[in-house]
Design a protein around this ligand. Structure first.
Ligand code: SAM
Length: 226
């Protein structure tokens, strides 16, 4: 197996292939054998990536040319899917996640470009005053990010500050796996209560999602600023 040159450690990586049926392309996503939560592809990211694909199946230009921001990208499945389907995507995560994220962007570069899409990775720490908040995005995506007790308020603040200097508000698509532990249940409840206070929130029914990539344990929300 050969890897592209990158500052990511490559000897502990293994690839996962993810088909994008609607454009007959296969993403190759490198995961780590060992590490923290940002080292594997999470199911919630597959549900969101496949929902975007389903939307493109119904409306082929759904993502064409639009500016998309992904928060907490991890290995980049959602952002890379959107870029392969024609979007201009900025994938973001903590600084330490960027080498592997960039490796995954490089690995899929030819596929991303084939429909006019584009992908870059940048650091965006939730709650920080990033210059990305001054940019104008059409869409924001995030999968399985309501996970960290210490960071959930900062994540909400970032969502609330998007397109800060623009009158245009992005549509936000969020997936979240609902876990059984009391800590995770409370985290989700308190995040959701804050969310519905400031945003219009619509749960996308399972029958509108990809027929093979949906689950009663994973919520998919379409969110707009009130
Ligand atoms: C559970 S993982 C989900 C990753 C990816 N979205 C997926 O579903 O496969 C949560 C992601 O949030 C990132 N993250 C955690 N705390 C963060 C923070 N304070 N600011 C930005 N990103 C953060 C982690 O590095 C990780 O990639």
């Amino acid at each position: 197996m050969s890897y592209r040159k990158s500052s990511a450690q490559t000897n502990d990586l293994f690839p996962r292939e993810i088909d994008i049926e609607v454009c007959l392309k296969t993403l190759k996503i490198y995961q780590k054998m060992e590490g923290d939560v940002n080292c594997v592809v999470w199911d919630a990211s597959l549900v969101l990536a496949k929902y975007l694909e389903t939307m493109c199946h119904h409306k082929s230009d759904f993502l064409s040319g639009i500016k998309v921001l992904e928060l907490g990208s991890g290995l980049g499945v959602v952002g890379l899917t959107a870029a392969t389907l024609g979007a201009q995507v900025t994938l973001t995560d903590l600084p330490e996640s960027l080498p592997l994220l960039r490796l995954n962007i490089n690995e899929n570069k030819a596929k991303i470009g084939s429909m006019g899409g584009y992908a870059i990775a940048e650091s965006l720490i939730w709650g920080d005053n990033s210059s990305l908040l001054d940019e104008e995005f059409d869409m924001v995506v995030l999968a399985d990010c309501i996970y960290y007790e210490e960071a959930v308020d900062s994540l909400f603040e970032t969502l609330n500050n998007l397109n800060k200097t623009s009158a245009k508000k992005p549509v936000i698509y969020l997936t979240q796996e609902l876990r059984d532990s009391d800590i995770q249940k409370n985290l989700w409840t308190s995040f959701y209560e804050k969310l519905i206070d400031k945003f219009e929130v619509e749960r996308i029914p399972e029958e509108e999602q990809h027929s093979n990539y949906r689950s009663p344990d994973i919520v998919l929300l379409r969110i707009n600023k009130k």
